[in-house]
Design a protein around this ligand. Sequence first.
Ligand code: FAD
Length: 306
Amino acid sequence: MSHTVVVVAADHAQLAHACELAVSAGGPPVIVLAGTRDTLAEIGGAPAERIVFVERASDVPVEALAGDGAAAVADLHPALVLAPDRSADRILLGACAAALDAPMITGVDTIAVADGHPVITRVLCGGIATEDLTGDGALALLVDGGAALPPGEGVPVQEVPANPLGLTLSSESPAPHDHVELGSAAKVVAIGRGLRSGADMALVEDLAGALGAEVACSRPLAEGLDWLPRDRYIGVSGQDVTPGLYLALGISGQLQHTCGMRGSGTVVVVNTDESAPFFAECDYGIVGDLYAVVPALTRALAGATT
Ligand SMILES: Cc1cc2nc3c(=O)[nH]c(=O)nc-3n(C[C@H](O)[C@H](O)[C@H](O)COP(=O)(O)OP(=O)(O)OC[C@H]3O[C@@H](n4cnc5c(N)ncnc54)[C@H](O)[C@@H]3O)c2cc1C
């Protein structure tokens, strides 16, 4: 396929899927990075032909550099511009779409080619359906999900000057908790409304600790009950995860949740209700009370490592 493919990004998070799609659509892409020098070091092993680097100083918000990033992309005359679906990358892709006079397509999952034209498959309504769009002219594609790129080096870098607009970061307050990128977690233990009290989170944390897993949850635990931070919930309005193991405890398995974990490897569900929808989507199901099953699993794992 002869399309020129460019990936535009502000940092390295979730860049792996955009790069994979770019490679499948036209071979190693050019990555236009409107980011910091630290991020440049992190993506030095990307599957890319080269990196065009527009340096973003730490006190310059990405909004001030979107025009520079878009100009660097437009200079490459790409047929396809891909970006991960993150807030900073959405800003960049929007500017690219405007500069290229290209339609911007969200939720992109795969790219194929038919009769020399790209066929974009995108996910609708959190995974209920997909639709195909056939392109004719430049397209700006917001790519669904994906992990960070693994570290590496060796990709040639071409620096272009930055002329940021007049916008400066004047102060920053850290969130009361550390932000977690669940997208790259190898194992996830997710808890739902089957938990009776926030104080019982210790049960879940002990199991996650024994497994070496990240703790996640369904939305009500993070929005409403506030037992976990908002960046810990999985689903259509939360994070996407693709761990090798997804252990769901006391989660019913509503579509809005499961569409965020469908790329998981082995799925294990613990629920007292044998008719819970999650049982239809798991590899192993335990019909049981999490208050009995979770401590037993934790003990068994502790026994297995001593
Ligand atoms: C627009 C929109 C967006 C949404 N986005 C998201 C999203 O991104 N992520 C998300 O998660 N949800 C989302 N939701 C909410 C979603 O529809 C569900 O309401 C939510 O996922 C349910 O959470 P839950 O499974 O923890 O709770 P419930 O549905 O109440 O299920 C609790 C489960 O625990 C089981 N249980 C109870 N006690 C025990 C026990 N002792 N041991 C074992 N099992 C037990 C019950 O049998 C039940 O199946 C969204 C909803 C809307 C309308």
